[in-house]
Design a protein around this ligand. Structure first.
Ligand SMILES: NC(=O)c1ccc[n+]([C@@H]2O[C@H](COP(=O)([O-])OP(=O)(O)OC[C@H]3O[C@@H](n4cnc5c(N)ncnc54)[C@H](O)[C@@H]3O)[C@@H](O)[C@H]2O)c1
Length: 457
């Protein structure tokens, strides 16, 4: 008689594979959600091998299924008195660590798959910050591009007219994301107050400072990404000083990643928007970019009017062919594929910091890790935005207002802690230097232990 012993690793792999198979069957049309789930699942096998109690409690099947998905009609009138209809979403994923927390995205590509991928990642990102916030995400397929200010206001009011009944400062706290900045948050907040009569400023974050908002929230994600990359570089006895940097996008995250990288002595030579990218070999003029994007709301191509030596090239992926030491993808999901990753590597890139959510696909991540490039995954590297949102909630609930320096110092410390926690988890589970594994594991364990404590539901 032969007795076969199944190792803990095998059992863990079978468990994770089984849950993923079921997930694929139930969500076969949700490519982005499955991609995000697969990246996290793979890194959790060593955790389940060491923690059979998580398998026993079927934590993975439970955590990957949102607490609830709310989807609703948003009808609004455009400037020509035509009635338009969009679809709104709020995915309340997990409130184990605190109220559901995550941004709202207004973009024509928004669908349930995109919101679920973002919401699922948000659970672990938020846990990594060490702040009391759970995971959620929302948005609409509304396209703000080309809309008047009045149309934006009417859309935001219509959106909140349904959303308000599902949120609250201790229940679910939305914020901005692509297409949703301080202006949109202001309109949403005004409508929430009209509907509820309550001045619950902690119900939304990303508000204007002085009106319930926090200083340094606007800068937080971009600055945080650079703080995180700086920790990776410091550990490798290196720094931003004198480095050539490429940043994709030219929105909220990109602008402040460029600002902090420049403050750290780097030369940032390129950035982009959805029409193409600019290359300025002498280093970007950030004041010009802020005027184009924050004041005029214009295309990045107009940058060449400010700087005659700069060039504009149509298309988004070409930006990764520009040789650089550090690349900060800060625009959108899947903007770096395997081919772009190989080009960056052959041009000598030393470090990647993901300011956007899931900007590198799985093939690209593996290329970077195999080539020994320092890789700061989104969940960890862009957690600064939501961390300062949690600080905004803290200020709102205690009716205090901290200085820019106070908030920035707390943000900096949080980013250092996330780096240390991710690094330590990667080492503990046998993957030293792999911050993808480390961030996923460190975030997951915090939530999984909370789930064990709360019992089955
Ligand atoms: N705002 C935050 O605090 C925050 C926090 C964490 C993560 N993120 C993530 O960062 C990314 C950017 O968010 P944001 O808040 O800066 O949004 P934003 O709307 O302010 O800016 C997005 C920018 O990306 C550009 N863009 C869109 N598609 C592009 C493409 N294919 N190629 C190049 N540029 C493209 C847009 O033109 C715009 O300049 C998103 O993935 C978002 O989920 C944002």
């Amino acid at each position: 008689m032969t007795i076969t012993t199944v190792s803990n690793e095998q059992l863990a792999k079978e468990y994770v594979d089984g849950v993923f198979e079921q997930l694929k069957q139930q969500n076969c049309h949700q490519a982005e959600f499955l991609q995000a789930a697969e990246e996290i699942f793979i890194s959790l096998v060593p955790v389940f091998a060491q923690h059979p109690e998580y398998i026993q409690a079927n934590i993975l099947s439970r955590i990957v299924e949102p607490d609830r998905i709310i989807s609703f009609r948003v009808a609004w009138q455009d400037d020509n008195n035509q009635v338009q209809v969009n679809r709104g979403y709020r995915v309340q994923y997990s409130n184990v660590m605190g109220p559901y927390k995550g941004g709202l995205r207004f973009h024509p590509s928004v669908n349930e798959s995109i919101i679920k991928f973002l919401g699922f990642e948000q659970i672990f990102k938020n846990a990594l910050t060490g702040q009391p916030i759970g995971g959620g995400k929302g948005g609409s397929n509304f396209d703000p591009k080309g809309k008047s200010d009045s149309e934006i206001m009417r859309f935001c009011q219509a959106f909140m007219t349904e959303l308000y009944r599902h949120i609250g400062p201790d229940v679910d706290v939305p914020a901005g994301d692509i297409g949703v900045g301080a202006r949109e948050v202001g309109y949403l907040w005004g409508q929430y107050k009209r509907l509820t009569k309550a001045n619950e400023s902690g119900v939304l974050t990303g508000k204007t400072p002085g009106y319930g908002g926090s200083l340094a929230r606007k800068e937080a994600t971009g600055y945080g990404t650079v703080y995180f990359v700086n920790e990776m570089l410091k550990d490798a006895n290196d720094s931003f000083e004198g480095k050539t940097v490429v940043v994709s996008g030219s929105g909220n995250v990109s602008t402040y990643a460029i600002e902090k990288a420049q403050q750290y002595g780097a030369k940032v030579v390129a950035c982009s928007d959805s029409s193409g990218y600019i290359y300025d070999p002498e280093g970007l003029d950030l004041a010009a970019i802020k005027e184009i994007k924050e004041v005029k709301g214009d295309r990045i191509s107009t940058y060449v009017n400010y700087r005659p030596n700069a060039t504009f090239t149509e298309g988004c992926t070409g930006i990764w062919t520009i040789p650089c030491d550090i690349a900060l993808p800060c625009a959108t999901q899947n903007e770096i594929n395997g081919e772009s990753a190989r080009t960056l590597i052959s041009n000598g890139v030393k470090a990647i910091g993901e300011g956007a959510n899931m900007p590198s696909d799985l093939e690209a991540i593996n290329e970077f890790l195999n080539a020994g490039v320092l890789f700061g995954p989104a969940k960890a590297a862009n957690a600064g935005g939501v961390a300062v949102s949690a600080l905004e909630m803290a200020q709102d609930s205690s009716r205090v207002f901290w200085s820019f320096e106070e908030v920035d110092a707390k943000l900096h410390q949080i980013m250092k802690n996330i780096y240390m926690d991710s690094k330590a988890a990667a080492e503990k589970y046998g993957f030293p230097g792999n911050l993808v594994m480390g961030a996923n594991i460190a975030g997951f364990i915090k939530v999984a232990d909370g789930m064990l404590m709360e019992g089955v539901y």
